[in-house]
Ligand binder design. Sequence first.
Ligand code: HEC
Ligand code: HEC
Ligand code: HEC
Ligand code: HEC
Ligand code: HEC
Ligand code: HEC
Ligand code: HEC
Ligand code: HEC
Ligand code: HEC
Length: 401
Amino acid sequence: MKNYRLAKISSVRIAAIALFVCIGVTGLFYPKAVSGTNGMETAEMSPTPRPRANRSKRPARYSQFQHDVKAHRMECGSCHKFPSANWQKVRTGSDAFPDITDYPRHESCLNCHKQQFFKGTPPKVCSICHTNPSPRDSSRHPFPNPREIFDQSPKGKKAESDFVVGFPHDKHIEIVSSHNKAAVRFELAAFSRSSERRLAEESCSVCHQTYKPQGDSKDEYLTAPPPKLGDAFWLKKGTFKTAPVGHTTCFTCHSAESGILPAPENCAACHQLKPAQPKADFDDKTAAAMKIDDKRMMDSWRRRDSSGKFQHEFVAHVDSSCSTCHNVLTINTADPLTKKVSISACAVCHATATSDDGGVLNFETDLRKANATFQCVKCHITFGKLPIPESHSAAIAAAGK
Ligand code: HEC
Ligand code: HEC
Ligand code: HEC
Ligand code: HEC
Ligand code: HEC
Ligand code: HEC
Ligand code: HEC
Ligand code: HEC
Ligand code: HEC
């Protein structure tokens, strides 16, 4: 019972506290992070957004809107007026909540783009928002939010966000828990150690579930593999974990009613321009051959920069607690480098003193040393062709001690 404390949430109104009371279980599950050098530091959001890439001196492309154009970096609210007029039409009944669910209106652009709005028949710039632009047709593509609708549209299938989301896990994990799927709430209670762990992981599942799990199905592959697959790789169900794709969970707490800051109209408190992304352990051709056309899954796969093949639901992995491989206190979700899963998390089971002891990392390392063209395929899709990184040799050395 020693680590219990009430988390400090000074900015929260009394009413909200009555609903959401916090428990301090984090210290029990992430002891390393808590006692080590200040993990909070790294989890802090960087104050100034880093541009994704330098826009080269190419002619302007008026068919595609880009947030990182210098002149576009103004108050988000100068274009996105919260809430959109159609928020009760896009989601209905009890699913509806005030949100940005439509494009900015003409007046957001006209001050600077009169020329583009009147050039061409139809002008190129209209197609950013309209499906069939003309002076009499106002039909529009679905807005990128909610993604559930947008992803199904021709525009949504190809879209790539200009942003990443900075979600400070350290400020939430101890307070978010879920006891029924529809509601997110804080609870104050005494728990035994084992149920504490379950509770902490339950809090993760409010926002992260196994995506397309295999469950009880006999079919382990996502799509039909070729008949003679053998040991070759084919994507399995339950490989990925989901993450929120919209505001539904966040805005249950961050709403005008609760007063919990940041307020929903403060877009920039959560969204930051996407920094340069590291090389991923991913290959378009492999995914195309498997006919994976799920936007959500492809977005996750393209971001895998540790192990493109790691499967969360795999029998030998599924019982490990998330903190075995992810330290949410040092993750800054807006900075890809802080999200990397270290090989030392795998080494516990996959590295041994020698190859004879069964470690697949040793096995592949030995094969590579014997044959410089050997490709490591156990965990990797493309990285396995590259030179063996220092981290891998260090993990083997550590396993031998
Ligand atoms: C404060 C002035 C300003 C406002 C408001 C503004 N823009 Fe721009 N926009 C610019 C400038 C400046 C450029 C750069 C022009 C260039 O590169 O030739 C630009 C570039 C663009 C481009 C080309 C981007 C590229 O990558 O080549 C598009 C498309 C565009 N704007 C659309 C819009 C739309 C749609 C709106 C309204 C939602 C809007 N702009 C609002 C000033 C503005
Ligand atoms: C100059 C007008 C303008 C400003 C300022 C602006 N936006 Fe947008 N935003 C747009 C337009 C237009 C779209 C639709 C673009 C599209 O669908 O191609 C959009 C789309 C988006 C999207 C969905 C597409 C994506 O890239 O993920 C997000 C998220 C977003 N805006 C967030 C923000 C945030 C956060 C800010 C402030 C930091 C901001 N916007 C400032 C005009 C603007
Ligand atoms: C940044 C997104 C965006 C761009 C670019 C844009 N529109 Fe619109 N347009 C809208 C939205 C949002 C509405 C709905 C406004 C409302 O409901 O008040 C709209 C409404 C309209 C309407 C209905 C009548 C009206 O004015 O409200 C017409 C017609 C129209 N747009 C044509 C065009 C044409 C033609 C272009 C290109 C020259 C264009 N739009 C460019 C977002 C855009
Ligand atoms: C209230 C929602 C919420 C809860 C609860 C939550 N997360 Fe997250 N998590 C997020 C968001 C939002 C992101 C950023 C997603 C993105 O970048 O699109 C994220 C990102 C992550 C990532 C990085 C994924 C990547 O792209 O590499 C990991 C790992 C992660 N969370 C683990 C956890 C664990 C473990 C827990 C429980 C201790 C947890 N999260 C609880 C919302 C949540
Ligand atoms: C045995 C190690 C391990 C465990 C246990 C584990 N993960 Fe992961 N997780 C990974 C790896 C490896 C990746 C891929 C990272 C990359 O390549 O970018 C990943 C990726 C993720 C992602 C990003 C989406 C994806 O699937 O690529 C989220 C979110 C995530 N994990 C959440 C969780 C949560 C929540 C738990 C606990 C229920 C958990 N993980 C347990 C190793 C693990
Ligand atoms: C269960 C309620 C709850 C949910 C759900 C929730 N938050 Fe929060 N959030 C809070 C509280 C309470 C604070 C204030 C914490 C503090 O100041 O220590 C906060 C603070 C924040 C902050 C500001 C942190 C800072 O440094 O000041 C951000 C950013 C944030 N939340 C983003 C999100 C995002 C993104 C989501 C959805 C993925 C989300 N929150 C979901 C309750 C919640
Ligand atoms: C409390 C945090 C928070 C605030 C405030 C917030 N968002 Fe988001 N937003 C998120 C999260 C989390 C997601 C889902 C994860 C992701 O997109 O990476 C998201 C997703 C979106 C999407 C879906 C498409 C996409 O590419 O991500 C759009 C569009 C969007 N936000 C626009 C806005 C606009 C505009 C505002 C301001 C009016 C805003 N958001 C305010 C947290 C927030
Ligand atoms: C048990 C799974 C596993 C095996 C086996 C494995 N790796 Fe990795 N590899 C990882 C993980 C996890 C990471 C990301 C974290 C790290 O580098 O510690 C990674 C990262 C990498 C990277 C990227 C390093 C960087 O700095 O971005 C390369 C290159 C790589 N591995 C090559 C190899 C080669 C070559 C082999 C065969 C000798 C191999 N890997 C075997 C799990 C594995
Ligand atoms: C708790 C022990 C444990 C940890 C930690 C662990 N694994 Fe495994 N993993 C296993 C076992 C046992 C197997 C099954 C035997 C085998 O294939 O080597 C396995 C199998 C695999 C497979 C093949 C699965 C399949 O579908 O055939 C991959 C890929 C893999 N692990 C990657 C990883 C990566 C990457 C990490 C670190 C992020 C990791 N594992 C961490 C125990 C673990």
